[in-house]
Design a protein around this ligand. Structure first.
Ligand code: NAP
Length: 511
């Protein structure tokens, strides 16, 4: 049995080359492959229907791998664990054999590609041309392109790596697959990391073969169409949070603006007017005052595009006209903006917990106590301030809790378990009223340098949105908006009768 023969070969203490049916096959010392890489993640034994254990049949489909780098090693381990017979083609098999699982056969490239029908090309694009000498042996076989370009290569080459490989080997069928799976994910198994394998090829049968292989290895194949999609698939690992760029820049911009505003009011103003040194407030206190402002404005920006879209639909009298690009993008980024709002809210909560730990806070308390004694006052209790702070904290906790709800329900796994009505109920009804409430009682109306308090400024946008939402609740506007969202058009292209339960129509709107 081939697997057992290889196992015995692995027990040899030095690298030995074996002549087997005329093929030079290199094995490795037993110690070299001890550890994780050598351990099949799926047992070579299968459980029969009667519960007894049987060996995996040795007529396992043979798969070839060209290249002996990180990806090839992890791929070989996973293929062997999944019951495939693996033959690796290397330019120097003697040097690399010790790095592969004992059951994988490591040999020269020409020999490795002779018998398998499926061959993984685990080498970089710039080395594809060095494989051209294998053209005759590779004719009629499936080549799996796993390569990823660098950002520079992706911009420079208009032809994808897979299409380039196909142009070098016109007698082969090229399938693009597994490039979105890292060597680490392959080695540790699909339970840890991305499970989806995006696959594309011009040949349906080849695509089906590789999809089945991916499934056997524990991954989820996703058909991406013809080989022309390869460029798109190759761009995926190059992405760095593309949908987060604008929301993050927006949040940072808001943070800088509000920080500067608070700095002028809380640090610069006392310094200029009373020569008080309050610069120590910059790292913590000013940051903490800034965070909720950003959180509230960001939360308002989640709801504002919906209001603008509704106003635009009312003005146009139709829903069949595209929104301007900026509004379209804004609508698509609402989830990220909402999550960032939650992030800033969380930071504010953490910073607030740290406030009493500051030295300045302790000195302030002691100074206040001393002042009390000197002024001969026994009890300091300002009823109004006590109430203001109690309500402020309570509303703040409620606002953070509802923001957390909004964030949790926007996670794909949770959102998938909710129907649209449940989702929009949590996103629109539960979270909406909490936002402005927390700040109403927060600060006295002190103008410094003629600048209004930050929280007054922060409340402007939520108030405008609540006002607009209130306007849309007016029967005349609500009926018209409902009709438009059900397909009615001002110029009469669609004849429309509002059903009796028109409220239902309103709730299915996606804006
Ligand atoms: P690597 O460690 O540098 O291995 C590349 C292998 O290519 C070498 O070990 C070498 O094996 C072989 N090769 C064949 N012809 C060559 C030549 N003319 N010059 C130099 N080397 C040649 O790279 P890797 O990380 O395994 O990546 C291999 C491919 O997988 C790349 O296309 C990469 O984009 C893709 N990939 C990698 C990962 C990952 O996590 N590493 C993830 C997805 C995709 P021999 O010396 O034995 O011939």
């Amino acid at each position: 049995m081939a697997a057992k023969v290889h196992g015995q070969q692995a027990a040899c203490s030095t690298i030995t080359s074996l002549e087997k049916e005329g093929n030079a096959t290199f094995s490795r010392p037993a110690t070299a492959m001890s550890g994780e890489m050598d351990k099949p993640l799926i047992s070579r034994r299968l459980v029969d229907s009667d519960g007894s254990l049987t060996e995996v049949p040795n007529k396992a489909p043979k798969v070839g791998i060209l290249g002996s780098g990180d990806f090839a090693r992890s791929l070989a381990t996973r293929l062997v664990s999944s019951g495939f017979s693996v033959v690796v083609g290397s330019r120097n098999p003697k040097r690399t054999a010790g790095l592969f699982p004992s059951t994988a056969q490591v040999t020269f490239q020409e020999e490795a590609v002779s018998s398998p029908q499926v061959i993984f090309v685990a080498v970089f694009r710039e080395h594809y041309s060095s494989l051209c000498c294998l053209g005759d042996q590779l004719a009629g076989k499936i080549l799996v392109d796993v390569s990823n370009p660098t950002e520079k290569e992706h911009l420079q080459n208009h032809q994808s790596n897979a299409e380039y490989l196909a142009s070098l080997f016109p007698a082969c069928t090229v399938v693009k697959a597994f490039n979105v799976i890292s060597a680490w994910a392959l080695q540790s198994g699909p339970r840890d990391g991305n499970r989806q394998v995006l696959i594309c090829s011009d040949q349906l049968e080849a695509k089906h073969t590789i999809s089945e292989m991916a499934r056997t290895m524990g991954f989820t194949p996703l058909d991406m169409g013809s080989l022309a999609s390869a460029r798109e698939i190759e761009a995926i690992p190059l992405r760095l949070f593309p949908s987060w760029k604008v929301p993050i820049l927006l949040a940072l911009g808001l943070f800088v603006c509000f920080y500067a505003y608070n700095f002028i009011r809380d640090v610069l103003h006392p310094y200029v007017r009373k020569h008080e040194n309050k610069f120590y407030k910059m790292p913590l206190s000013v940051v903490n005052t800034t965070l909720p402002c950003v959180a509230y404005v960001m939360l308002s920006l989640v709801y504002l595009p919906g209001v603008l879209a509704a106003a635009l639909q009312l003005r146009r009298g139709t829903k069949y006209q595209r929104f301007p690009d900026w509004l379209d993008h804004w609508l698509q980024h609402r989830k990220q903006i909402g999550l960032l709002s939650f992030f800033f809210g969380m930071l504010h909560a953490l910073y607030s917990f740290c406030l009493p730990l500051r030295r300045s806070h302790r000195y302030d308390l002691v100074n206040l106590a001393v002042k009390q004694v000197l002024d001969n006052k026994t009890r300091l209790w300002v009823e109004e301030e006590v109430w203001r702070m109690e309500i402020y904290l309570s509303m703040g906790v409620l606002a953070l809790g509802t923001l957390a709800l909004l964030a949790v329900t926007s996670l794909p796994s949770i959102a998938n378990s909710l129907n649209w009505k449940e989702f929009s109920f949590v996103q629109c009804q539960v979270t909406r009223p909490q936002a402005p409430g927390a700040t109403i009682t927060a600060e006295k109306n002190h103008y410094k340098f003629y600048l209004p308090p930050t929280f007054t400024l922060t409340l402007l946008l939520p108030c405008v949105i609540i006002l607009a939402k209130g306007l849309f609740l007016l029967p005349c506007l609500r009926r018209r908006l409902t009709k438009i969202r059900r397909g009615w058009e001002k110029d009469g292209a669609v004849k429309f009768m509002l059903p009796a339960d028109h409220v239902r129509g309103e709730k299915t709107s996606h804006v």
